[in-house]
Structures are given as structure tokens and as C-alpha cells.
Ligand binder design. Sequence first.
Ligand code: BGC
Length: 732
Amino acid sequence: MKLTKEQENRIEELIREMTLEEKVGQMNLPSISIVGGFNIPFSEMIEMMHDGRLTKEQVSEMMKDSHQDYQEDDIRAGRIGAMMVTDASVVNRLQEIALKESRRGIPLLIGLDVIHGFYSVYPIALAEACSFDEELFEQTAAMAARESRSAGVNWHFAPMLDIARDARWGRCSEGPGEDPYLASVFAAAKIRGLQGNTDSYENYVAACVKHFAGYGACEGGRDYNTTAIPGHLMYNVYLAPFEAAVKSGAVTAMAAFNDLNGTPCTVNRKLLRETLKERFGMNGFVVSDANAIRECVVHGAAENDADAGIKAVTAGMDMDMNTAIYLDHLAQAVNEGKVGMDIVDDAVRRILRVKMWLGLFDDPYIKAETVERYKALPDENRALTRRAAEESIVLLKNDNDILPLKPGQKISLVGALADMPADTVGAWAASFRKEDLVSVRQGFENGGAEFKYFACGEPEEELNYDEIQEACAYGDVIVAVVGEKTAMSGEASSRSDITLPGEQRKLLEELSACGKPVVAVLMNGRALALGWEAENIPAVVEAWHLGIETGNAVYSILSGRVMPQGKLSVSIPRVTGQCPVYYNHPNTGRPASRSKFTSKYIDLPNGALYPFGYGLTYTSFEYAGFEATVGDDAVTCTVTVKNTGSRKGTETVQFYSRDVAASIVRPVKELKAFKKVQLDPGEEAAVSVSIGLDRLGFYDNDGEYRLEDGTFLFYAGGDSENCLSAEKYIAF
Ligand code: BGC
């Protein structure tokens, strides 16, 4: 984020003029408050819903007579720096109050969780990462930036960059998977997409990378749980995508809820001030997660609210989301000398910079024609959303070439999820319009499939056996859509058993029993444990939660109009008890072998059911002639890939390395590069990448980067397990 000298001067002038209270106001992002209908704060209502004191239905009933209180008097009084609103006319009114009626005329940041699209909801990040398509990552982010800005939202609480290796954690869905390199490519591209096109204020927003840091390592995959991460893993794995995002220009970050090695991230100076701001050089600001400053008291890391506020601001937390602790306690803490004015000024300077960079001081208003532009979804946005959905689908299994579906085949489309569009769109999608959603059933209709639909019971309820019989009788082939509803992944949706929920496995069993070929289309927000399905169902398609174009994308892949090309961004386990399972683990002194006394389970083979990077298509590829050549600055890896099947297809060629012996045990494989290649039947191509020697090092426990001479293995392949290899000695 670069500002002109003039802009920097204007910020300094403001800081000189502002009262302490006004400064603290800038550091406040209040909780949404609702008026009418009931008289409890919104945050408490959410809590009551969470702990079961209120049902969803009761809440909807209460909400009928209520409306959001936009806290206009507080904006006027300069007590609010940012808000969460999604309505252009409201935003215009609030910005006008902030600019014209508050003493300093400082505009508002308007934040929202735009995690995978605004109107054009595209696949969840875990799915989109399976496209291994850097350009796509950038384009979808740019689309989300423009759409949301047309509704007044200028700050995205995204991208979510938590490396997640334990699929029990519900928030796996929000991030780009288990691998730090793929996640870093994703991170940098998302920042370019959200922030890169600064030609017009309508084109960009401020990104907020989250959750800083280590949230994905929550013990047992239980949301909000404690994390213990040694330095080398922190730097090499969990921080890597954040560093890439900051290098790509990310202007804000959100601290994570969890405690990291004993200190909640919210009050973790080493993380916020020393790593994010000083080491990575982020010159924007850090916001807390919702309510997180108060939760430091519950963690047992602060005596009371005031103490939590002092600890947070000292650690480098610039903005308080939802608790009003800064508003209530910070000025007093400064007056009593417990917090230096320089700390407050630094926070305010960072916040004002972002506002200035977004152009909000010049023109924070949304034009009527901009709102109009998105009254209906632009065709190109729908097309991009569809492409993203198609590229995200991963073909896991396809015995006897059941797929693609054959022309003239009668299809029994089974499963309630096939007809529940809003339930398969994925977590954190709220701004889509109902009429834009395409269910799988609708997609089959749009595609002209010859099919009949049979729900056969709700996903988590009893099966309808009569309908199962009918489905078995009708089709030449059965397509069963099974998986998780939207609410089964995302925040606060950890699961201790990650097999198909409810009766859905039973449904697959019943369908298989009728002797017709069965295709399982999985819709889910995490890697599911698929041991049974892999053994018993001949064709399995991982469709994740794909957003509004779900149905069209699923049908284009099943029908073969579009070739599948997705590769897994996470390892898929056989059973839940295998979690965490990920390809880039360190070696043990006793790697699994036939000997009993090796690192394994006595009742399960080691390794993922489907490893990271895996994915089939309707043709096949052969790898040969792998070479690694060490040059002065880089290793050049070249492999020949041949399309040995009968259809034109795209393969994502992956290159891995392994540092065989080092002062810290290194992973058995690490992704270093990937490249897509499209080949006609029988065609072959040499695919080559260059891996800088400086990328063959690693961080030690103190965060020092080390390049150590020694033997390295290089690999090339179509997934993280099946690779060709070459050994080289490298002296740096
Ligand atoms: C989530 C964040 C989100 C915030 C604001 C929290 O509960 O952890 O990811 O940005 O709410 O909606």
C-alpha cells in the first residue's frame, strides 16, 4: 500500500488534531445491533442460539419485527471506525454522516466475510484450490471485489489462509488446504485479485488475511481449541501463506481465536507486532476476531476486560471487533500511562492509511449506476463462476469408464442434496440471490439429461425405501448426490466422525444392491473419510460446495462436456481416526513397513486413501524421462507427459523435492512447482520448471532461514504419491 506524500501528511495532520477519544473511535468495529422485536444485543442472541436457549425458528420469528441499528449517533460522535453493512444506500447515508457530520470527517470501513464470492458465489476455497489455477484464483477475487464494492463493502475478511490438515475441523472449507506452497500461490493471487486493480475505486477492496495464525492446528480438529506449534512448523508451514499475502500487498490481517503455545493470538506480540508488522512488513492494520479481546479473559490470559484491552493493543492489535473494550477502557489506560500514545497513534495511522488508500476520503459513495450494474448477475460473472466450479471438481474413481455418462442413458438422480441449492453453496455465503442458484437437479434439466429425480429422504433423516426402489427400477445408471449440508462445515462445525452423515451410506448401499452402476457425487466442505465408498462405489466425484453454478458444473463434468481436471488440495482419509493425515509429514525413525514395530496402525494401511494432488480425468497420462539439472541458481526439472487415452485432457504436473538429511527433519515431500499442460490423444510434451536454489532451504525453530548442503530428491508426477524421482547433491 503506497500513499502519496500529501496523503501521508494529511493523515499526520488528522492524528495531531484528533482527541484521544476520536482516535479510540477509529479503533472500534462495533457489534451489529438490532432494535425492535426484542431487547437483547445481537451478539447475545447469537450466543443463545449457539447454546440452544433459542432455536433458529424463534430467532427468525423475533427478527421479523426488528431492524439493524446503524448507530448513527456514534458515527457522528466519531466513536466508530468500521462497520458491517451490505446495502449501498445505507452505506452512502452512513458515509455521509461520517464525512459531513463527524468533527474529523473520517469515512468508515465497511467489512464483510466475502469468503468465496459476493453475488456470484464461487466454490469454497478448499475446492477452488483443487483447480491449481493461479489465474482463476485472481479472477474470482477480482470479481468478488467489484461485486461487493457495488454494495458498499470495501473490506473483505478474506482470504482465509489457515493451513488445515485435520479434516475434523469445520473451517477446512474456508482455506486452500494442507500445502504451504499451493496456499501461498493462492494467497498471493487472491491479494492481487482483491487489491490489484486500483485504476478505479470500484475495482478493489482491502483484503484481510486471516486467521493469524495457526488456527488450523486446533487440537483434535475442534474449533477454537488450543494450538501448540513448534517454530519450524510455524515458519515453514502455517505462516508461509501469510507471508506470501503480505508480500503481495495485503493491507490488513485478522488475529486468530486460538492460543498459540500458551498465548492467545489476540494478545500475542511476537505474532502481531514482531512477525506480521516488523518481519513481514505489513503497513496496514490488524483487527481482532469477533469478540476475541474479551475472550482473552476466558482464556485465562487477562484479569478483566480492561487488562485484555491493554494487552491486545500493546501486542499490536489495532482494531477491536465487537467488544467495545477499546471504546470503554483505552482512553483511561492511556491517561494512566498504561498504554503509550505512540501505540494508539500507530494503530490509528495504520487504519487511516487503509481508508486513504481505498479512496474513501475522496469518494466513499456508491453510484446508482454501479448498483444497477449488478441488479442481475452479469453474464461474464456467471461464466467465470461456472468455470471455477468445473475446475474445482475432482474425479476420484471411475471404474469401467462409467463416466462420462453415455448419450441416451436414462439416469436416476438420487439424494435430497441434489435439490437443495442453498444447502450446497458452502459456508459463509450470504449475499447470493436465490434465483441465481442452480441445484444439481436444475443442472441436469439445463443440460438436457434424460433423468428422473428421487430424493429418497432428507440427508440426515430416515430413508424413503419406496423411492429407492423406484430409483433402482428407472435408470440405466444411478447418480447419487450425497454429502454435507452447508451448515455441517464452516465455523463451529467440527465433526468427530467425518464419514457421510446420517443415513447416506446406507442409501448408497441400497442403491448398489440393485445391480445398476452407481456414481456418487459428493458435496461437502471438508475431506470426508471415504474408505467404504472407495471400496464399494464404482465412480466417485468430489464436487465440494461449489457455489451458485453447482448444478451446471456437475452436469458438464458428468456428461463429459467438460473434462475433469481438479487435483486434491487435501489428502482424503480412509477413516476419521487417521486424522490428521497429510502428504508432507516428516519421516519417523521407523517408517511404516511390514515389521510390527514401525509407525502405523495395526488395523489400517498408512497414507491417505487419495493423496494430495490426486485427481483423474477421462483420459490418462504417462510420465517418463524425468531429469533434474542443477545450475548456478536453480534446479531445472523436466519430465515428459504423454496423453495415453482417447480424449483431449489437461494434466496438472506437480514437482516436489525432499531434503534427505538436515539439521531439522524435513518433510518426505514438499510441493515446489506445478504446471498445467493440455494434450491431445497420443500427444506428448516436455514439461519443465525451474526451482530456485534459494527455495530449497527451510526455517529453523528461531525463524532463521537455512540452506544446508546435502542430498536432495526431486520428483515429478500427477499426484504427491506416484512420482518419478532423481537424486542430486547440492552445495549452496
Ligand atoms: C470468524 C471470522 C469472521 C468474523 C466476522 C468470526 O466468528 O471467526 O472469520 O471474519 O466472525 O464475521
